[in-house]
Design a binder for this molecule. Structure first.
Ligand code: PAF
Length: 282
């Protein structure tokens, strides 16, 4: 497996792969890889001739006071894991390589980025879409892989690809969970043992909401209140948002109608902000 840090080398390698007619799969990550990332890499390896994983903690998507500096990094272990999951190349540039001095171009997807994490983390999605657009231009993948855990991110990237006529498919794969239901995240590392135990309540509350809906509840206010109540039973928990939104435009809904809706939660356990979601079909 190749480890590439410079844009010029990456471009040369990609050019050669394209000339051979190979298909390329891209798995963008911020590193500190876990089973969620590896499931994306395995899928990319099964569906493409050449798999690129990117590892770049993107400063542009972190707000002031967020965890950019503390974000866990372990390139050595990541390269081993990526190789075992079928990656052919890891692209791990420096911040200067991606955003040289004088950098001035940003991509913004409107509307879909207004609610949920976009409301709590202003500027976050401009950072995500800008870095992902750059990665798409550099790697020119046939397919790019993202996890359902970051549901809003996936919606926003699908919209960017559609609106900017980018020539690739976005593949969104299921959230990988711990045995107690906690969604895998590099940020789970920040949790103390007590917070880690409590954090399982997020998924538990989402599943309770799902069964409430299956039993016939259609008013989202009641469902959201129950989720909030369940989460707040945990001693270290603070709720950022609990939303039930339309699957087309991510706008909040008051009554669940036929079709699919997304139930999304962001909650803090101590200093650590975790997100999770489920899609519910009625
Ligand atoms: O999901 C992530 O880890 C990041 O937001 C991404 C897509 C790699 C962009 O930095």
């Amino acid at each position: 497996m190749l480890l590439v840090t410079e844009i010029a080398s990456l471009k040369n390698i990609i050019k050669a792969k394209k000339q051979k007619g190979l298909t390329i799969g891209l798995v963008p990550t911020m590193g500190f890889l876990h089973e969620g990332h590896l499931s994306l890499m395995r899928a990319a390896a099964a569906e493409n001739d050449f798999v690129v994983g990117s590892i770049f903690v993107n400063p542009l998507q972190f707000g002031i006071g967020e965890d950019y500096e503390e974000y866990p990094r372990d390139l050595e272990n990541d390269t081993k894991l990526a190789k075992s999951a079928g990656c052919d190349l890891i692209f791990s540039p420096t911040v200067k390589e991606m955003y040289p001095s004088g950098y001035a171009t940003f991509i913004q997807v409107e509307r879909l980025t207004e609610g949920l994490c976009g409301a709590s983390r202003p500027g976050h999605f401009v950072g995500v879409t800008t870095v992902v657009a750059k990665l798409f231009n550099l790697v020119r993948p046939n397919r790019a892989y993202f996890g359902q855990k970051d549901a809003q991110q996936a919606f926003v990237l699908i919209k960017m690809v559609e609106d900017l006529n980018m020539n690739l498919d976005i593949v969104v794969l299921p959230t990988v969970r711990e045995p107690d239901g906690l969604a895998l995240s590099s940020r789970n590392k920040y949790l103390t043992p007590g917070q880690r135990k409590e954090a399982a309540v997020i998924y538990k509350s989402l599943k309770e909401a799902e069964s409430q809906i299956k039993k016939g509840e259609r008013k989202t206010k009641a469902i959201r209140e129950n989720i909030t109540k369940s989460i707040l039973l945990a001693k270290h928990a603070e709720v950022d948002y609990v939303e039930i939104v339309d699957c087309q435009d991510l706008s909040p809904i008051s009554t669940i109608n036929k079709g699919r809706c997304l139930i999304a939660v962001a909650a803090k356990f101590g200093k650590t902000r975790l997100i999770d979601n489920i899609l519910v079909e009625v």
